[in-house]
Design a protein around this ligand. Structure first.
Ligand code: HEM
Length: 427
């Protein structure tokens, strides 16, 4: 984009290649000039919000629903939609798409099942997986995404579930297809068919006797989702599989981009910034700021339950109609100067609390946020401890083509050899 070619909000979509490398300039214009915008291009008509205050208020407004599994299929006729009923049926069981009491009960059930997976228990397990992957890379040049950032979260979440970590390649492929569905605003029927096939394969994998046996042996989360009871309530088989698929999808699709975006952002920074990731005193601030700045999940969606008028932060009165999709751009909220000082700067020692909206807010706050913080901390600290001079090779850098899951599909990096001029020593 240039000054001569201003952003055209009507052209904006989650798959427009021109917005993907730098959506933040577009967001800045929208926060200033169009903080609440009706777009015909997004799902055939949706309200888009860009300011922190609006995103936070609407995310926690009970007049909006999370029942939005079928929103990406709105462009299809009803008979066409029926072709994908089994796939949508899996997503509709996800607690992420539930409201009210149903959501509370299902979230409680998953919380209870997850209880044994404390930070202390997971620390050595995540470290082992990180070491396993980093032992295999060639420091003279490797693809950070395919060799590290992609397999790592798939292996971590497979390990928590108690299913074979060697399945990480398939888990990543299935997740990619589902992420394309939920992150995009332009999905073809051909892609829907691929996503349907991937969803069926993922479900078959999680329901297989091999996975059940492995999870039972390891007392993994998949097994605990089957066996945990809360106030006499337990998940039926289809719910167990659906919630396990949700956890895999939600974790894999996002942590990988956070790691890639962070390495890319840190590349332009002085070495002392990376050192903040290596000290127990400073790492928490640094990871929170990377979460704010490198937001991989750029928006959160809702659907209006019933007609009402919403008064936005700037006093605009927005007539919401029942069933309209509402898109809350948390990546824009995270850079709102009305909320954050030096909002457009990556300030790795930004004081806590860092009130970014990367994990959402309210009852749907991300379930996996402690696991994300822990995995990212271990991954980045291990990477820079082993390769303090890690550099991005900018000529080989490819963006994922959907804004919902913002990051690189490949990012070539190398550990630069530094020559100490005084001694002639290389390190
Ligand atoms: C960088 C990584 C991640 C980011 C940025 C992220 C972001 C988010 C956001 C913004 C939401 C709120 C959605 C809404 O309000 O509708 C959410 C929900 C959720 N996330 Fe994450 N997530 C990440 C990783 C994970 C991981 C690792 C897991 C699980 C292992 C996970 C599981 C979930 C679940 C189950 C929900 C639904 C919660 C509910 O509706 O109660 N996420 N995530």
């Amino acid at each position: 984009m240039t000054v001569e070619q201003p952003f055209l909000p009507a052209e904006f979509s989650h798959n427009s290649a021109e917005y993907i490398p730098d959506p933040f300039s577009f967001y800045a214009e929208m926060r200033a000039g169009n903080p609440a915008y009706w777009s015909e291009r997004i799902f055939g008509g949706a309200w888009l919000f860009f300011r922190y205050e609006d995103c936070l208020r609407l995310m926690t407004d009970e007049r909006l629903s999370n029942s939005r599994a079928a929103v990406p299929l709105r462009f299809l006729s009803e008979p066409q939609q029926r072709e994908f009923a089994d796939m949508i049926g899996v997503y509709e069981r996800w607690l992420a798409f539930h409201d009210g009491r149903e959501h509370t009960m299902n979230r409680r059930q998953v919380n209870r099942s997850y209880a044994p997976f404390s930070e202390a228990i997971l620390e050595p397990r995540i470290q082992n997986l990180v070491d396993l992957l980093l032992d295999r890379v060639d420091p003279d040049g490797f693809d950070l995404m395919s060799e590290f950032a992609f397999p790592l979260p798939a292996m971590v979440i497979a390990d928590v579930l108690g299913v074979p970590t060697e399945a990480h390649t398939e888990l990543t492929r299935w997740t990619d297809d589902i992420a394309h569905l939920f992150g995009s605003t332009q999905v073809s029927v051909e892609h829907l068919r691929r996503t349907q096939a991937s969803t069926r394969e993922l479900v078959a994998f999680l329901a297989s006797p091999e996975c059940a046996a492995a999870a039972a042996r390891q007392k993994g989360l998949l097994h605990r989702l089957h066996t945990t009871e809360v106030h006499g309530h337990h998940f039926v088989e289809d719910d167990v599989i659906a919630q396990a698929a949700l956890l895999l999808f939600a974790g894999i699709a996002s942590i990988r981009y956070l790691i890639g975006n962070s390495v890319h952002a840190l590349d332009a920074r002085p070495a002392r910034d990376r050192e903040l990731l290596l000290s127990a005193d400073t790492v928490e601030c640094a990871v929170e700021e990377l979460l704010r700045w490198c937001t991989p999940v750029q928006f959160v969606g809702r659907v209006v339950k019933e007609d009402f008028t919403f008064t936005s932060s700037g006093g605009l009165r927005i007539p919401f109609s029942s069933q309209s999709p509402v898109m809350l751009y948390v990546a824009s909220a995270n850079r709102d100067p009305d909320k954050f000082s030096r909002a457009d700067e990556l300030v790795l020692d930004r004081p806590l609390p860092n009130e970014h909206l990367t994990f959402g807010a309210g009852r749907h706050l991300c379930f996996g946020d402690p696991l994300v913080r822990q995995t990212t901390r271990i991954a980045l600290a291990s990477l820079y401890r082993r390769m303090p001079n890690l550099r991005v090779l900018p000529q080989i850098l490819n963006w994922n083509n959907n804004l919902g899951f913002h990051g690189f599909t490949s990012l070539r990096v190398a550990a630069e050899t530094v020559t100490d001029e005084a001694s002639g020593r290389t390190e």
